[in-house]
Design a protein around this ligand. Sequence first.
Ligand code: ADP
Ligand code: AMP
Ligand code: ZN
Length: 223
Amino acid sequence: MCDRIFLVLLGVPGAGKGTQAKLLEKQFQLPQISTGDIFRYNLKNETDLGKLAKSFMDKGELVPDSVTIEMVKDRLSQSDCANGAIMDGFPRNLVQASAFDEIIDRHGGIDLVPLIALEDDEAMRRITGRRVCRSCGAVYHVDFSPPKQEGVCDIDGGELYQRDDDKPETVRNRLYVYYKQTSPLIGYYYAKGLLAELDGSQEIGQVNVTLLSLLAEKGVIIE
Ligand code: ADP
Ligand code: AMP
Ligand code: ZN
């Protein structure tokens, strides 16, 4: 395995980035950095950052770049990122992507950008059925990945809730924002030779297997 591994997971909202990032986190002992999770943590704790982010998140818009980039810089400076990280939901536009290049160039740059490909209709089904644990953040799906007991987290018994921005009206705008602002990153990373697309429509375990073999094929990990 390389000394440091930085992965950027790309894909429409609901593609399975968080689900796969959590699996990789365990498999490689690398932190998942989900900017959405960090914003939600701040929202729950009613910090200034949380209050600022809320108005954007409620509409499915991106939180301003300056705020988001500073937040990521701060997160990456923490000691658990010394061996790399799995980026989930960042960068999300070209400004963030070039800022991220600058931040991690000194760490050897990005190793690979797996693009988890999924049709919009399927993404919509996944998002509207997503449930999240209020205490540990574990992610479930009412049909595809249900907890043992409805509404209760398998890991810590926490209450499962539906994110406010997972309602269909907001999801449509999040998909629009993805195509307008985030999808240009596909070309950006392709041009750098970092893009690797995989089929996200298979079941969770199978997507993980495909992702691991892609990482091995590209020399990011040694199997
Ligand atoms: P993202 O982080 O890309 O927005 P998530 O990882 O949160 O997506 O997944 C969205 C929803 O779809 C969750 O409810 C999750 O349990 C479910 N899910 C994730 N991957 C799959 C899959 N391969 N097959 C079926 N459901 C999935
Ligand atoms: P996610 O958890 O990735 O679905 O993100 C939820 C929401 O958090 C998004 O709709 C945005 O409002 C905000 N957000 C997450 N990541 C970013 C980012 N990199 N830049 C701007 N806003 C973000
Ligand atoms: Zn939990």
